[in-house]
Design a protein around this ligand. Structure first.
Ligand SMILES: Nc1ncnc2c1ncn2[C@@H]1O[C@H](COP(=O)(O)OP(=O)(O)OP(=O)(O)O)[C@@H](O)[C@H]1O
Ligand SMILES: [Mg+2]
Length: 452
């Protein structure tokens, strides 16, 4: 794959040819122009990642080409080529937005080096922009609390996934928000005005599940007094959420597989299958791969549904979300119970932070609901939320230890994000490279372990 598209502008055709060859030999795609007019046409037709522009063109000067390029895409780095003795104009070009300049005659290795650096910077800038965009969009999910890094990553994923129509596979322990995320994907997608239909495959008896899913024609069996639409048909134009798919009986798995392949369903007793247009989201709290190994789940179905995996962290791995979840649920139940409760004591919050939450967010939600129902005052005290057997003080870490835990996790997250690229990582962290290295050393973090 090419490393990027470069536009080279110079009125010297020979030099143009030489630069083109050199850049192509290191896997850049190159388009060339000899004057402003040709450049403008190329800028319209191609997506340019970087440009090398000679400052002294025959009719115009290179700055005007650069400015034209920047009007279309202000982020494209421009390397200016300038003749010996015209440094002032090169400096002027930098002031007007050039990335760097080279004086002719120049060493081609120097040109390559500058181009590689500029491209690297540009990639980082684009990545940061993309992430900022995602975080801005996240605020649409006002009912989803996601302050922790892990949940922010999930939401960023949701935004991307929502734009596709592929099958989503949500995995997470019970109560981690699988259904909530499935709905969020639906609501962010082009199908948001269509139906969102959910079915819990574990909750419906095996003999009813098939007719629930596919529907039946009148007279298909005794008791079928009128035709009934199945959930697949009900979800037409929208999203079908198959919850607890790991609990679907094997007999039904092969039928589902067929529907997913053909995008057609045949209600019980039907003569002709009907087309359905649904987006499928499945969820499970089981290790489905293991279920496949144990022959409880069909491998072909597994591959068919395991297209875009989303993994939801358990609450004990995103404890920084707890205070915000508590606030969220206090508001929710204040509304529902029509009871004004303004907050929770710090001891109560501490108890909540120290709990392990095997039932995850749902357990936390239930805990708050219970406390809200029971409280006689407008603040929830610790006697109404879980009593930990070990006194809280013994479990709280000293400040210094908590701080270094935080630093280590922060650095590790940034290394993940940049795939172990220390200069990007230090940029993102707003640290000098040398200081950043010091920190990595302090926590024994090795950037090479984060390279993919
Ligand atoms: N990040 C979150 N922000 C706000 N509420 C949440 C969040 N995660 C979960 N909840 C709430 O917790 C409850 C459980 O979530 P949900 O039903 O989506 O979980 P689940 O993984 O499908 O659980 P189960 O495995 O038990 O079916 C819901 O009331 C949901 O609104
Ligand atoms: Mg669920």
């Amino acid at each position: 794959m090419a490393k990027g598209n470069i536009l080279v502008v110079d009125d010297d055709s020979n030099l143009l040819e030489v630069i083109k060859m050199r850049l192509e030999s290191v896997k850049y795609d190159v388009v060339t122009a000899r004057n402003e007019e040709e450049s403008i046409n190329l800028i319209k037709e191609h997506e340019i990642d970087l440009s090398v522009i000679d400052l002294q063109l025959e009719k115009t000067d290179g700055i005007s080409v650069m400015e034209h390029l920047h009007r279309i895409n202000p982020d494209v780095p421009v390397v200016i080529l300038t003749a010996y003795g015209t440094i002032e104009s090169a400096v002027e070009a930098m002031r007007r937005g050039a990335y760097s300049y080279l004086t002719k005659p120049f060493d081609h290795r120097e040109l390559l080096l500058q181009i590689d650096q500029a491209m690297e910077k540009r990639k980082l800038a684009l990545e940061v922009k993309r992430l900022q965009g995602l975080i801005a969009e996240k605020y649409d999910f006002s009912n989803i609390i996601a302050r922790s890094y892990k949940m922010q990553r999930v939401l960023a994923q949701v935004v991307i996934i929502a734009r596709t129509d592929s099958t989503v596979f949500i995995h997470g322990e019970s109560g981690t928000g699988k259904e909530l995320i499935a709905k969020a994907i639906h609501l962010e997608s082009g199908r948001k005005d269509g139906p969102f239909v959910a079915i819990n495959c574990a909750a419906i008896p095996e003999n009813l599940l098939e007719s629930e899913l596919f529907g039946y024609e009148k007279g298909a069996f005794s008791g079928a007094v009128q035709s009934t639409k199945g959930l697949f048909t009900q979800a037409h134009g929208g999203t079908l959420f198959l919850d607890e798919i790991g609990d679907m009986p094997l007999s039904l798995q092969s039928k589902i597989l067929r529907v997913l392949q053909d995008r057609q369903v045949c209600p019980l007793g039907c003569k002709k299958p009907v087309e359905v247009d649904v987006r499928i989201i499945v969820a499970t709290n089981k290790d489905l791969q293991k279920e496949v190994e144990n022959k409880n789940f069909r491998q072909d179905l597994f591959y068919r549904i395991h297209v875009i995996p989303v993994s939801l962290p358990p609450l004990r791995e995103k404890k920084d979300d707890i205070p915000f979840l508590v606030e969220h649920f206090l508001e929710k139940f204040s509304r529902i119970m029509n009871k004004k409760v303004s907050g929770i004591t710090s001891q109560a919050l501490q108890n909540l932070m120290l709990h392990d939450w095997p039932g995850n967010v749902r357990e936390l939600e239930n805990t708050i609901e219970f406390a809200m129902a029971m409280t006689q005052t407008n603040i929830i005290s610790d006697d109404l939320v879980l009593q930990t057997s070990i006194p809280a003080q013994d479990k709280l870490k000293p400040f210094k230890e908590a701080k270094s835990d935080f630093e280590k996790e922060y650095l590790s997250n940034i290394l993940h994000l940049t795939q172990g690229n220390v200069s990007k990582a230090s940029d993102l962290a707003g640290k000098y490279r040398a200081d950043f290295y010091q920190l990595l050393k302090k926590y024994d973090l090795k950037p090479e372990e984060y390279k993919r």
